[in-house]
Write a protein that binds this ligand. Structure first.
Ligand code: DGI
Ligand code: FE
Ligand code: FE
Length: 203
């Protein structure tokens, strides 16, 4: 695959259309629409919070680049490339698409900027003390316009909140996710809980 990097080592604007085509090829239709939604929502939040727009678009485009791979493939990528798999991830391998996506963005899609790679790595559970770009991707993933969140009646509020108080939006998203996971009896990753506690304390 052609590297999405300019001679100066910077990701180029032109690479966005190249990566978009690549995502269209490997993602199912609905997933690709979500990807585009995250790309432009991340761009809008980047404008609002004065974060580099192209970085937000690249991270948004690639954040779910391994989401359509089967569990066995996620596990195989981790084992082959020494990516640590926690016990929770073994039992819930879909969580691994954040880690394998970060790896793929660097190795397959030519992303060199560690800030972009980390935003992909932490987009599912979040993490305490996220960078601005990490928060932008975490929030965009949840609020992008194609997202239908029957499980969160507050989605419309959170969409507005994202543009006035990004940290409070992160907190409310985590609260909604934890409520949903508890109500549906799903296993909760300790990182999701620690992240929620961090954003409750630090507001
Ligand atoms: O990949 P997407 O569907 O766009 O979004 P995502 O990467 O945020 O994944 C969303 C799912 O991740 C959602 O169903 C909630 C789930 N999730 C987040 N934290 C945890 C979790 N699932 C489990 N089992 N445990 C967690 O701690
Ligand atoms: Fe995801
Ligand atoms: Fe996503």
């Amino acid at each position: 695959m052609k590297k999405a990097i300019g001679a100066d080592g910077m990701e180029k604007e032109a690479s966005l259309s190249h990566l978009r085509k690549a995502m269209k090829k490997i993602q199912k239709k609905k997933r690709f629409e979500h990807t585009l939604g995250v790309e432009y929502t991340a761009a809008a939040l980047a404008m609002r919070y004065e974060s580099p727009i192209q970085e937000a678009r690249l991270a948004g485009l690639l954040h779910d680049c391994t989401k359509c791979l089967p569990d066995e493939k996620q596990l195989a990528i981790c084992k082959k490339h020494d990516i640590v798999i926690t016990e929770v991830e073994y039992r819930n391998p879909f969580l691994l698409h954040a880690k394998t996506g970060a790896w793929m963005a660097g190795e397959r899609y030519g992303i060199q900027n560690p800030g972009i790679i980390n935003a992909i790595r932490h987009h599912t559970t979040g993490k305490p003390d996220m960078s601005l770009l990490e928060k932008i991707i975490f929030v965009s993933d949840y609020i992008e316009p194609n997202r239908r969140m029957a499980s969160n009646a507050r989605l419309e509020e959170i969409r507005k909140l994202a543009f006035t108080d990004l940290d409070e939006a992160v907190r409310q998203i985590l609260q909604g996710t934890l409520d949903y996971l508890k109500a549906s009896g799903r296993e909760i990753d300790a990182v999701t809980e620690v992240t929620y506690a961090y954003y409750c304390k630090n507001l």
